[in-house]
Design a protein around this ligand. Structure first.
Ligand SMILES: Cc1cc2nc3c(=O)[nH]c(=O)nc-3n(C[C@H](O)[C@H](O)[C@H](O)COP(=O)(O)OP(=O)(O)OC[C@H]3O[C@@H](n4cnc5c(N)ncnc54)[C@H](O)[C@@H]3O)c2cc1C
Length: 421
């Protein structure tokens, strides 16, 4: 069991008792914080990173993701950030290229999006501590202990409920007793790829020169894929998924990304050479156990599939929306049935929806499938319709479950998106 080396905080004003401590301020954690603080709960949100921060992500928001953000009362944030509308998907392999209409939504940097949601949570009363690593501790009567570490100083706080939203790289549960820790151990898929990427800013005279706003450029190879998209303020996002062995062979994910892009005939911009590259652990994973007394696991930390379909932010927001009513009930009085309930809800409403991405991800590991996909789409782009619909459709059962009006989202898609080169 974790014993903090020091329980004095440099900030003596930090309250030690909370309704909810939320670990991780990505979409899952920040949306949960916003929802719970709006309900009048005393919420502490912590993130180990100093904010605003970048995150390995393709930074594309589908209509479905926008739907969940709107459901959370945060839909307006995306347009306020100057997100770029997306209209096309340009697929390239070493053997050819195809472009399809792909009206999936918007591209916006995670630095801006996550910061904006955190600010919304703060505006309704949540306290946010960046640069603070949290570790979940043991139950202490009707609370859980959470150990916070900021610049080498440890503080113990108590919380009636803890949300673990620490993503695929998270280790917030690592200091639990060995019995509890074993229950939460994630199962990582043996053939999982790793994610990596970078965000760069282009000067005005280079913006749109190589990669044009409105198009997702995707280079496909059996060893991985790399997506590039223009975001707000001349920022460009590069994110890729790579076979770990391929990355080792090339010495780094940056070199692997450069090879995949160049083989597919797309430029690897000089600014990517010097950019800061971030990475993920093998990301295809799930946990059998997603809750315990006064503890819920939400977002990527619960399960993650494959990035290709660009749905992870949506899954994270959705799982936050689904978890909040359970947290409210937990705060009214803990009931062990909440554990099974969260696992059932998560499996039906989130984990099962990750299967499309896993199927597609498996398919894209073969040269033949990649080449066939690109050729078929060149001949008959209409074939992409069911795929585009699948990732865009707002799930009506989710709206029903929330007892709210079914929503249809009409994307204000830019009609004048640039054509890929
Ligand atoms: C290559 C790639 C491309 C992707 N492209 C897209 C895309 O285009 N569209 C899309 O919707 N999704 C995409 N995703 C998925 C998306 O990035 C994730 O699904 C989403 O970020 C999950 O949100 P989250 O809140 O669960 O976790 P995260 O966003 O990972 O947030 C977790 C947070 O927890 C913090 N943290 C971790 N440990 C601790 C700790 N102990 N204490 C305090 N803080 C901690 C981290 O600093 C981080 O800020 C992509 C993923 C990859 C790998």
């Amino acid at each position: 069991m974790l014993t903090p080396p020091d329980t004095t905080s440099p900030d003596q004003s930090l309250q030690r008792s909370w309704d909810v401590v939320i670990i991780g301020a990505g979409p899952a954690g920040a949306v949960s914080a916003y929802q719970l603080a709006r309900l009048g709960k005393k919420v502490l949100l912590v993130d180990k990173a100093s904010f605003p921060r970048d995150k390995v992500c393709g930074s594309c928001l589908s209509a479905r993701t926008l739907g969940y953000l709107t459901e959370a009362g945060l839909g307006h944030v995306v347009s306020e950030l100057g997100a770029q509308p997306i209209g096309n998907l340009h697929l390239r392999t070493a053997g050819g290229a195809s472009t399809i209409a792909f009206p999936i939504g918007f591209a916006v940097s995670r630095q801006s999006l996550d910061q904006a949601i955190v600010e919304k949570a703060q505006s309704v009363g949540a306290l946010f501590l960046p640069s603070t690593t949290a570790l979940v501790g043991a139950l202490a009567g009707s609370t859980r202990t959470v150990i916070l570490e900021t610049a080498g100083v440890y503080t113990a706080v108590q919380s009636a409920c803890v949300l673990v939203c620490d993503g695929v790289n998270g280790r917030a549960l690592n200091e639990l007793s060995s019995e509890e820790k074993d229950r939460f151990k994630p199962t990582v898929s043996a053939n999982s790829r790793i994610g990596s990427g970078a965000v760069v800013s282009l000067p005005d005279n280079e913006a749109g020169l190589y990669y044009r706003p409105g198009t997702i450029y995707m280079a496909l190879d059996k060893n991985g894929y790399v997506g590039i998209v223009c975001m707000e303020n001349n920022k460009i996002d590069l994110a890729g998924a790579f076979e770990p062995a391929y990355t080792r062979m090339h010495g780094s994910t940056r070199a692997a990304a450069a090879k995949i892009l160049r083989d597919a005939g797309l430029p690897f911009l000089h600014v990517f050479e010097t950019a800061e590259w971030l990475g993920t652990a093998p990301y295809t994973r799930h946990r059998e156990t997603l809750a315990a007394e006064r503890l819920f696991i939400v977002g990527d930390a619960a399960s993650y599939g494959e990035p290709f379909t660009g749905e992870g932010i949506g899954w994270a927001v959705k799982s936050a929306l689904l978890a909040v009513p359970l947290v409210e009930r937990a705060l009214a009085g803990w009931d062990n049935s909440l554990v099974g309930e969260w696992q059932r809800i998560h499996k039906t409403m989130v984990a099962n929806r990750q299967r499309l991405s896993l199927t597609l991800g498996g398919w894209l590991r073969h040269e033949f499938s990649i080449t066939t996909l690109v050729r078929l789409l060149r001949i008959a782009p209409i074939l992409a319709g069911p795929f585009v619909n699948a990732i865009n459709r707002c799930s009506p059962d989710f709206a029903d479950k929330q007892g709210k009006r079914k929503q249809t989202f009409k994307l204000s898609m830019a009609s004048k998106v640039g054509q890929p080169k």
